[in-house]
Design a protein around this ligand. Structure first.
Ligand code: ADP
Length: 483
């Protein structure tokens, strides 16, 4: 007889005492915090508690930030040797490590992601990006990017709310290493770690104006995109806004890189190691509440193992702990905003009405805040909207296939092409599949692995250009191919 033993976990809350959140923030321009005009609240999505009031940057703020960045570029940063720039980047990286716990707690409070993830993934990776790019600053001449690579100038950088500090690091570290100065706009629902990063820039005595941070919403982002004093736009966010930005910069001389949406296929062949695969499926779609552009949101199962995989997947999902993001045992935290929750609910309802079958484990969701139980839809076909559109939440669409060729055709049948996963014990099959898949990043027998040395980016509607590695560096230098 099978017996199941259930362990009750005692609460293991992380303390928030380490962070000091001011009641109100301005912008960070020319090395100083300056007051903003209008403000809006940023909240903790797990409790709906207002954390602080954030400035909504207008034209004058964006102008001032671009001016400060231009001045710092012309007078200081572009004249400094790579060796000296590298020292600042190392200093920033070390301070981020020293203040890692503070960053992790703040990220979790503002974003809703589990403290375990901000502590073990977001913050260490953000610091790693600064360390990695610090190493490049004095070696650009030897990177195969031309004998005397030159920076572009002032970069306008717009980032999303799913990995706030990490996306900042992906943008700021390569820009600075290559000798550019930046104006960064964090997402409206998660500005707090960027504002703490501004303090780190002060602490590192980074020359004034090299990094400027203007907070606000999409209207602030649009002001930055359309500002004539910007040489490059780097954007991570939705495909919809990416298209608006592409149109806006098309008639200008601005360089642009775009990291947009995805609908990644996670393909399980019948020779896959099933238990490891189940862990990979869970990590692929439920990591960070599924708020991941490269999430494995379309599971393609070979028909003869589908039943077994689904059985084990459901068993595993019963053990996922959803709840207080500040609890160190939590696996899945809060949905980042009311608006995002509404989108997830809407698309899931479309899944029901189109005839897919919904399943979630029983879980007690907190009464306050924004929550969505980990969910899978089976019986999904390629025509279903939940197989085509990005849900950006903890919702997995499951499809099946019979032959490897069919798997590839289904996997590539998408307007996106950011990432894909392959599960198989056969090396030749993995290599064959990875050559057929039209995706920028392909993981084999793992998922959602990130490293600053590895270029990341998409095909088709998933974006233009690459971030990370030598490729990412080239996107901040003149006359170097971006692909
Ligand atoms: P999401 O739908 O995931 O919130 P968005 O693409 O709307 O993603 O947001 C990503 C970032 O782009 C945020 O910082 C947001 O403020 C900014 N943004 C939104 N609209 C625009 C726009 N029209 N121009 C420039 N930036 C924008």
């Amino acid at each position: 007889m099978e017996t199941t033993m259930t362990f009750e976990y005692a609460p293991a809350p992380e303390s928030r005492a380490i962070v000091t959140i001011k009641p109100k923030y301005g912008h960070f321009i020319g090395g100083k915090f300056v007051p903003g005009g209008k403000h809006f609240p940023t909240i903790n999505p797990a409790t709906e508690e207002v954390l602080s009031q954030i400035a909504r940057g207008g034209k004058a703020d964006v102008d001032a930030a671009v001016k400060a960045a231009r001045k710092a570029y012309a007078n200081t940063w572009s004249k400094m040797s790579g060796k000296e720039r590298g020292k600042y980047l190392y200093r920033i990286a070390r301070i981020m490590q020293e203040r890692a716990r503070e960053f992790a707690v703040l990220e979790t409070l503002d974003n809703g992601k589990p403290i375990r993830e901000s502590r073990d993934t977001d913050i260490p990776l953000a610091a790693a990006h600064f360390f990695y790019h610090a190493g490049w600053a004095d070696k650009l001449e030897y990177a195969g990017l031309g004998t005397s690579p030159k920076p572009l100038g002032v970069a306008g950088q717009i980032i999303p709310w799913n990995f706030p500090l990490l996306m900042l690091a992906w943008k700021v570290a390569p820009a600075l290493a290559a000798g550019n100065t930046v104006v960064l706009k964090p997402a409206e629902s998660t500005p707090l770690t960027a504002l703490l990063f501004a303090e780190v820039c002060q602490q590192a005595e980074l020359p004034a104006g090299v990094v400027n941070i203007v907070t606000g919403d999409g209207s602030t982002g649009a002001l930055l995109v359309n500002h004539p004093g910007i040489d490059k736009i780097a954007f991570t966010g939705s495909t919809e806004v990416g298209k608006i930005i592409a149109r806006a910069v098309a008639p200008t001389k601005k360089s642009v890189t775009l990291e947009l949406g995805g609908k990644a296929a996670n393909i399980v062949f019948d020779d896959a190691p099933i238990d490891e695969t189940v862990e990979g499926i869970v990590n692929g779609i439920f990591f960070n509440q599924g708020h991941v552009c490269c999430a494995g949101s379309r599971l393609l199962l070979q028909e003869n193992v589908a039943e077994e995989v689904l059985h084990k997947l459901k068993n595993r999902m019963e053990k996922i702990r959803v709840g207080d993001p500040m609890d160190k045992n939590t696996d899945v935290g809060a949905i980042n905003s009311k608006e995002q929750l509404a989108k997830i609910i809407e698309l899931s309802a479309v899944g029901d009405s189109e005839g897919a079958e919904r399943w979630s484990p029983a879980c007690n969701l907190p009464s306050k805040g924004f929550w969505f139980a980990p969910t899978i839809f089976t019986g999904v076909t390629q025509a279903h909207r939940i197989a085509r559109e990005e849900i950006f939440g903890p919702v997995l669409s499951v499809l099946t296939f019979r032959t490897p060729q069919e798997a590839i055709e289904k996997a590539n049948n998408t307007p996106f092409g950011l990432s894909a996963g392959i599960w198989s014990e056969k090396g030749s099959r993995t290599l064959w599949a990875s050559q057929q898949l039209r995706a920028g990043v392909i993981w084999a027998n793992t998922f959602n692995k990130f490293d600053p040395t590895s270029p990341f980016g998409g095909y088709k509607e998933s974006g233009w250009g690459r971030e990370g590695g030598r490729h990412g560096l080239s996107a901040y230098l003149k006359g170097v191919s971006h692909e």
